[in-house]
Design a protein around this ligand. Structure first.
Ligand code: GRF
Length: 193
């Protein structure tokens, strides 16, 4: 699931195709066709489905459409790779322990929007990113993997976000493997249980 540039989506696809992640990305769902993730999916040959949130009367209705899309593809695990909509217990309940989110801060610090700006405003010397299982509360739930990124005196929002993204691309595939391992299938090639 992606709403933005889709760099985490691409990192996941590459980890499946070139890296150690024993998985396939069956579907990309976007909520706006003008997002960068769409072009990446087209280049990578991953099927795309548009679920425009504006066409659904409630968050629950959008989540029900997401569930139908994923079930139609036989999806085991869902990744929110920059999905800029709040999800409800409807989606969380349909994929228990199988819904992963990536957030650009060391949770539980700096939940919500503009986490990088929040970290800069707070003057922390260390920030980073967190991949976690999704709970009903926004940017909360069991942590799977974190990576720390030093905040430099010269950092702007853009420079810090760029260094954090490098780490996001590294930890998101690891988090998917860990989530799979918690379900009893390792997700790492050669280590199937
Ligand atoms: C990432 O920084 C992620 O932490 C946040 O949204 C951003 C998505 O970036 N949830 P991209 O679209 O994967 O490039």
């Amino acid at each position: 699931m992606a709403s933005g540039a889709g760099s985490n989506f691409e990192a996941l696809v590459r980890a499946c195709r070139q890296g150690p992640l024993a998985a396939t990305v069956e579907l990309l769902v976007v909520n706006r066709m003008d997002c960068g993730a769409r072009g990446r999916a087209e280049r990578l040959g991953v099927p795309i489905q548009l679920l425009d949130h504006q066409l659904y009367p409630s968050r629950d209705d959008l989540d029900r459409a997401l569930i139908a899309a994923f079930q139609a593809q036989g999806v085991d695990l869902v990744v929110m790779a920059g999905w800029m909509r709040i999800v409800t217990p409807v989606l969380i309940g349909a994929f228990p322990q199988r819904l992963v989110n990536i957030h650009p801060s060391l949770l539980p610090s700096f939940r919500g929007l503009d986490a990088v700006g929040q970290a800069l405003a707070a003057g922390v010397s260390l920030s980073g990113c967190t991949a976690h299982l999704v709970a009903a509360e926004v940017d909360a739930g069991p942590i799977l993997v974190q990576a720390a990124v030093p905040v430099l005196a010269v950092d702007t929002r853009a420079s810090l976000a760029a260094r954090i993204q490098v780490q996001e691309h590294r930890i998101l595939p690891l988090a998917v493997a860990l989530a799979a391992a918690r379900l009893g299938t390792s997700g790492i090639e050669g280590q199937q249980r």
